[in-house]
Design a protein around this ligand. Structure first.
Ligand SMILES: *[C@@H]1O[C@H](CO)[C@@H](O)[C@H](O)[C@H]1NC(C)=O
Ligand SMILES: *[C@@H]1O[C@H](CO)[C@@H](O)[C@H](O)[C@H]1NC(C)=O
Ligand SMILES: *[C@@H]1O[C@H](CO)[C@@H](O)[C@H](O)[C@H]1NC(C)=O
Ligand SMILES: CC(=O)N[C@H]1CO[C@H](CO)[C@@H](O)[C@@H]1O
Length: 442
């Protein structure tokens, strides 16, 4: 019933011709931009607002729509629907598309037309999902590019600088979705940013950045280690600051969440099979995070207790946190035989092999391009009245913050214990003795 009804009154997107009038189209919203304001040239001092979106009504057909108008109209229209909604548009203006101009900032579409919506002539109605043909709803899981037309993350890293600035398609799983950060730019514009970490069979972690609210909102709906995305037309850049390749969602990008394609299903199987065994990866990732809340750490340990804990915890990957009152008994930065500065891999954070300059952690099977960054790597001993922890390493930003700081106990295999000391401050002697006198071992 819904089908024949639809066939009778809606013009399909494939039938659109420039200047057609009085028509109605229906489609799933597969992409959408944020609202932007521009100074109105005809009306000095005032602003015109715009946003655009992309609708699809069949596997082969989708079209861009844009609306211009005053702030209230554009904002309320934009707020009335999201990516994944089905909309009915009445009386849009059908314009011929100037391909080059249009596709510089908007998604590439197979249509030679675009829709223009105006407050006075057009209406947009959002349909509830049970009103909608399931065939239409299933289009949301169909990428807008051929299902095999994408780079793996490993390909991107391998191609390195040669992909800088290129716009390509990516199929990957979501590893983590960061908190959105809001800021004001130096010219007083509001901005926002959210970083998503992706992974696949070839790379354990790859950053993708969202700069607009619509894609941030979409990203917030993704489930780490469950969602797969096909991102068409993302921009690839070499991030000089972090010394690695990254992806950025731009206004041309269309993201298909949980694509229904053979390639995506293979990736989905991979992430399901590797769900439990990726603890190590997460530990590597934590190298990049500064997210441990120090004020939640309250347990006090002695060196002896830590060593005992190491024996008990052998084989367990879960970290535990605590406070150690100790002094640095060895801080050897003059020793020529141990290097105090090392290269770390930009993608995974692990120290790379000195001889080959290759990361053996995330780049096991090829001699691909892999960028590195320098980090401090100082070995120290920590001593209290119960004993000494030898060869703890004082690394990275920690050392940079002049013992601000993070220590990683090295020789993980030998001791079965990895200690991260997240902050290192001079202890108040009274506090230290009080806390320690409460301990059985004293
Ligand atoms: C919309 O219609 C009103 C009233 O007819 C008119 O004043 C206004 O200029 C029109 N707006 C546009 C953008 O055409
Ligand atoms: C994005 O969202 C933030 C927070 O809700 C808001 O302050 C900002 O104006 C939004 N920006 C745009 C362009 O919609
Ligand atoms: C850190 O933990 C403390 C104590 O649980 C809490 O009050 C505080 O809000 C936390 N801070 C952050 C940034 O989560
Ligand atoms: C980490 C810790 O237990 N700190 C305690 C040490 O002792 C002082 C004074 O008794 C307490 O206020 C701290 O909470």
């Amino acid at each position: 019933m819904a089908n024949s009804f639809a066939a009778r009154i809606f013009t399909t997107l494939s039938d659109l011709q420039p200047n057609m009038a009085n028509l109605k189209v229906i489609g799933i919203v597969i992409g959408k931009t944020d609202v932007k304001g521009f100074p109105d040239r005809k009306n000095i001092g005032s602003e015109r607002y715009t946003f655009s979106f992309t609708i699809r009504d069949s596997p082969a057909h989708f079209v861009n729509a844009a609306s211009w108008g005053n702030e209230d109209y554009i904002k309320s229209l934009s707020d009335s629907f999201r990516v994944g909604d089905c909309v009915i548009i009445e009386n849009p203006l059908i314009q011929r598309k100037e391909i080059e101009r249009e596709e510089k900032f908007s998604p590439a579409t197979p249509s030679n037309c675009k829709l223009l919506l105006s407050e006075n002539h057009s209406t947009v109605k959002v349909c509830s999902s049970y009103e909608v043909d399931t065939k239409l709803l299933s289009l949301i899981h169909l990428p807008v590019k051929e299902s095999h037309d994408y780079y793996s993350l490993g390909d991107i890293v391998a191609n390195g600088h040669s992909l800088n600035g290129r716009i390509i398609n990516v199929l990957a799983a979501v590893k983590s979705v960061g908190e959105p950060k809001y800021f004001t730019t130096s010219d007083r514009r509001k901005g926002q940013r959210c970083e998503v970490r992706l992974y696949d069979e070839t790379e354990s972690s790859f950053a993708m950045t969202c700069w607009d609210n619509e894609s941030i909102l979409l990203a917030q709906s993704w489930m780490p280690r469950e969602t797969v995305i096909f991102a068409s037309d993302v921009r690839i850049n070499f991030d000089k600051f972090r010394n690695c390749m990254t992806a950025t969602i731009i206004s041309k990008t269309i993201i298909t969440t949980n694509p229904d394609t053979p390639e995506a299903n293979i990736l989905l199987n991979f992430i399901r099979e590797n769900k439990e065994t990726n603890v190590l990866d997460d530990e590597i990732d934590s190298y990049f995070k500064e997210s441990i809340n120090l004020s939640t750490i309250v347990d006090v340990y002695t060196v002896e207790q830590l060593k005992g804990k190491a024996l008990k915890n052998e084989g367990k990957a879960d970290p535990s946190y605590g406070i150690l009152y100790a002094y640095i008994s060895t801080l050897n930065i003059d020793d020529e035989t141990t290097k105090v500065v090392r290269n770390r891999c930009s993608s995974c954070g692990y120290v790379v092999n000195e001889a080959s300059n290759m990361c053996t952690t995330c780049n096991k099977n090829s001699l691909d391009f892999k960028s590195v960054f320098l980090s401090f790597h100082v070995l120290i001993d920590l001593t209290d009245h119960t004993g000494t922890l030898h060869s703890c390493s004082l690394t990275g930003s920690v050392a940079e913050e002049t013992l601000g700081c993070m220590f990683v106990l090295s020789h993980r295999a030998r001791s079965g214990l990895k200690i991260s000391v997240l902050s290192c401050k001079l202890a108040d002697p009274t506090e230290a003795s009080r806390n320690l006198s409460g301990q059985k071992h004293v």
